[in-house]
Design a protein around this ligand. Sequence first.
Ligand code: CMP
Length: 817
Amino acid sequence: MEHIWLTVLGVSGLLTLAVLMWPVANRLNFPYTVMLAVVGCVIGYAEHALETANLGIVSDLLGALHALDITSETVLFVFLPALVFESALAIDVRRLMDDIAPILMLAVVGLLISTAVVGWALHGVSGYPLIACLLLGAIVSATDPVAVVAIFKDLGAPKRLAILVEGESLFNDATAIVVFTILSAMLLGQSDAGLAAGVLSFLKVFIGGVLVGYLLARLFALLMMGVGESALPKITLTLTLAYLSFLLAEHYLHVSGVMAVVTAALVLGARGRSILSQHAWHELEGVWEQVGFIANSVIFVLVGIAVPGIIGDITMTQLTWLVVLLVTAFVARFAIIFGMVPVLSRLGWAQHVDVGYRAVMFWGGLRGAVSLALALAVMENEAFSPEVRTFIGTLVTGFVLFTLAVNATTVQLVMRMFGLDKLSPVDAAVRDRVLVSALGNICDNLHSAALSRQMRSGLADSIARPYEERARDRRQEADAASIGHRDWINVNLRKLTLQEQQIYGHYFDQGLVSSDIARLLFSQSADLLDGIKSGGEEGYRGAYERALEFGWQTMLAAQLQRRFGLSGPLARLLGNRFEMLQANCMALRELAEDSTGTDLLDAEVSEEVDTIVQDRLHAHVAALECLKAAYPDYADRLEERLLGQIAVRLEHAHYQKMLSGNIISKEVYHDLVKALHQRASSDRPRLDLGLDADRLVAQMPYFADLPGERQREIARMLRPRLVLPGEQVITKGDKGDCMYFISSGAVQVEIEPEPVILGRGDFFGEMALLSDIPRVVSVTAEGFCDLLALMTRDFRTLLDAHPDLRDTIERVAAERS
Ligand code: CMP
């Protein structure tokens, strides 16, 4: 680091040049990254041409750029983690998972096939060793989404297309690097060639990377929650997470660094909104967008600069090989995308991918930073023979340049050809209605604005006229749009669900729900969105009904309580349910009151949507009431806590208003808020399930009058059990192993024609024990019930000790049968 100033000059000069290309690229409607590579090439040639001239700062700058000499390590360790993290962070994990089958298939199997095809073909024409040719194949098979995704953003391409392309390239970068490492070890004789060993080490490296990324991201999520309120340290932690996960995986553990970074970013992306406030999350996205932009700008110019040196003196023979390489690589990609993807969907392993999407995926498979970094790694490595180094360097650079020059500039055409730059019919209809309502609004307000400013009335008319005309045209178009009633309902349910999600975000920001609950609420909303996507109204209803059911975790926790008397997990899960239902009901009520956007709907649609949301609210309220009935004290305490938190929020909002109104200074504000934070944090109270046998026995009418000593003796024979609403406690026809006393709650004995309800103090399940017969009928819990179970072996003992109880039980059983 002798000339650090030279490096600084180089980087800042380069960035300045790069961003100056931004408006040019926009004006020419040309991909920015391609523009950068072109500029890089020009600089590269200028360096050669002006080597001897002394032009002051210009020569310094050129010298500095020359000194920046891009190496494979710079690309891999400096740029790649940032680029990969940035693109993975922006991906919606759920949507990625929807298409994970085709993505992994293309990224892993597709890449391997392409490597093999290219390798064999090049081996055939060039006569270079097969392994070297396979290495080349792997290098040129890693796609880079940067240029394409930028184009997608410009043209408003469908989200799914972007996920397919970006997902594929993230995973195939990882695959390519792994295959590259394995093949170079073989080529250098450091490992014995063997397919099985290769596959095994591939799996190890791939999965290892995922694990490292996952664990590190979870650890960082904890750290982020621990560093206090401010967003700055949290955002900084995400930057270090990107680099540390790469280094830890790649350098220390020798597993896939790219997979580690991808996984870390996906985990963070999925959890982030319940770690950072919404505002901080936007800041984080902004920071990463900036980092990605800088990294891309620098890398593409550097790539350009390196070009003249590498392919300056390309020979005719090399050019022919390049043609062979291009043809085989594209044919292989074509075959994979058009052959493999449809087969996957036919097998039911993947959702259908339209021809247009496939065409764009095929043509938009550009090669970029990763291919070049790997080629550089070969060129820098003295262990490879000089011929192999030039062979790979020239061909890869040529290939990358070709895709930048030809594919990147024409992929827009392909998108237009398949109409992928247009809005879907539903989106177009929404746009038209928004336009109509906005234009109408403008006309109304123009007149009053003119009036209040005492302007000539004709003025407003003349300004408003074009708007009115546009509104009329649009209205006709909107009316003509043939999207159906169902579509409108779905659009609206989606909108409401997104608003609901946002409300939960606010609750989290305001400290009304904890990070864990926020995460659960977000995933609930995501399930609702999935439901709407796949089944419209039915899907929505199905999704919220599922959300209200007791999941497997609760069932498991209930079993833990019953088998081992562990009530902690069950209490925690029921506490979560309490809080979630509370938040659900609050949010749904808020939604019902808020009517933004309803003017886009006709009365019929909005009424139907209202009904759906009301139904959902009722279902949630009922579930909450059911919990409250079982734990009234706890419900009180939770509500008290919620109200306390709302009070703190109100206080905070008040100070904020004073601050923004310049009534108090920042110093005063911070002082006030500091005191507030100290009061604000309160953990959720513990839910006591009250499953204490002594207490429950003392509550039972049969035992209440007995002396304490006897009660305790009985309590030792009875096992407290909490059963969940709707749970089947006894199944008809089963063998009986115990009977139950109801300490609180109610059960339904499902006898024909009218079921019988048993409540506190009643017992059931005695018939099977008395007469040693199968259960005569099923019994289901009405709400939450505390039961006391008496096992068969204790049954006799208890009845022998209490003849009057025996009489009662026998009498009731006789009556029942
Ligand atoms: P068992 O057969 O062990 O399991 C089902 C239980 O339902 C049964 O014992 C009784 O406790 C209860 N049961 C059956 N019939 C009636 C009835 N008519 N009224 C109330 N409870 C009943």
